[in-house]
Ligand binder design. Structure first.
Ligand code: TK8
Length: 338
């Protein structure tokens, strides 16, 4: 009798333990709707990676975490979405680090003209400790940085003339990302730098409110800038990262399991996105020419002159992010494989 009781007791304890574990696991992933916004079209490197991220999250959560993606800035410009995340009105987004400088000035370090020489070097620095440190600066501002994606090396388009030498920037009304480093860099070049959100860019080019803009090949293609721009000048003047962020208010209410699923998906999508972006960029110039743009490659001598001319903008970066962080990034760049 006694033995039977003990066995029964053990069985009950065991089964209630099992129930508890299952209940906890189920409880660990709650049905949620995640609004994920971005600025480019669905048919872009950004859109393709957003789609993959949504699929990865659905798969890993058995469909409980549902990501709805909103492209073409339909939830607002980068700035507007960042504010929505900080206020808890939107859950996630991907956008330019350059548009985050007003939130966390550390982000300006990535805007240093000619900072990186290759994508590989950028990956090492961004995914390394100093990249993480810059990302972590977002937390106290109400955002959680999850992963850097690639926007890419930026090149110049305009309707006035091919930019072959420094002097050719003269008087060109150039849209730049709303950020002090970009404004200074292009003012130094002699352009008339006009800060505008990306979501207003196509119309501004179409209506000739501005003469030109600068973005990676991928964006020139996916946003069809070739329809409203004549000249493309290859400068590779800066490498732009994108960053996937989440609302901290919302993130802090997620279980560890949910956070892990989302973090992992952001990183899987990052690896896919970088490969996809690079493959697309390799084919892009030919396609851009097919669309009728005139392409010129700026000579190394002239690039050197532009580098020199942009040097005071580096001081703007240092003033914004502080010398220690600037130096830390420089050291990481020097150590990184090219
Ligand atoms: C898209 C922007 C874009 C960026 C810009 O929302 O603003 O020119 O390069 O990718 O973040």
């Amino acid at each position: 009798m006694k033995r039977f009781l003990i066995a029964a007791l053990a069985a009950t304890t065991l089964s209630s333990a099992i129930t508890a574990v299952t209940a906890q696991a189920a409880d660990d992933i709650r049905p949620r709707m995640i609004r994920f916004g971005y600025g480019l079209n669905e048919d872009s490197n950004q859109g393709r990676a957003a789609k993959l991220l949504a699929e990865e999250i659905a798969k890993a959560s058995d469909g409980k975490l549902k990501v709805r993606t909103f492209g073409s800035a339909s939830l607002g410009s980068d700035d507007q979405m960042q504010n929505a995340l900080m206020g808890g009105a939107q859950e996630m987004m991907v956008g330019s680090t350059a548009t985050l400088v007003g939130v966390a000035e550390e982000m300006a370090v990535w805007d240093t003209p000619f900072l990186f020489e290759s994508e590989k070097q950028a990956d090492h620095v961004l995914d390394g400790p100093v990249g993480q440190k810059v990302m972590d600066a977002l937390e106290e501002k109400g955002l959680v940085g999850l992963a850097y994606w690639e926007n890419g090396f930026r090149n110049l388009t305009n309707n006035v003339r091919p930019v072959e030498k420094l002097e050719d920037f003269d008087g060109i009304k150039l849209r730049v990302m709303p950020n002090p480093v970009f404004i200074d860099t292009f003012k130094l070049m002699g352009a008339n730098a006009v800060p505008l959100p990306f979501s207003e860019l196509f119309t501004a080019l179409e209506t000739k409110a501005v003469d030109g803009q600068e973005n990676p090949y991928n964006t020139i293609l996916s946003s069809k800038f070739y329809e409203v721009q004549k000249y493309l000048s290859v400068t590779n003047h800066v490498y732009s990262p994108w960053i996937v962020t989440a609302s901290k208010r919302w993130w802090d209410g997620l279980s560890k399991t949910e956070q892990d699923i989302i973090m992992k998906a952001a990183q899987t999508a990052r690896d896919f996105e970088r490969e996809d972006t690079r493959a697309e960029a390799r084919e892009a110039l030919a396609k851009i020419k097919e669309q009728g743009m005139e392409v010129n490659k700026v000579s190394p001598e002239e690039i050197q002159r532009m580098r020199e001319q942009a040097k005071p903008a580096i001081q703007t970066v240092i003033d914004t992010v502080g010398e220690p962080l600037f130096n830390e990034v420089q050291a990481a760049v020097e150590k990184a494989p090219k």
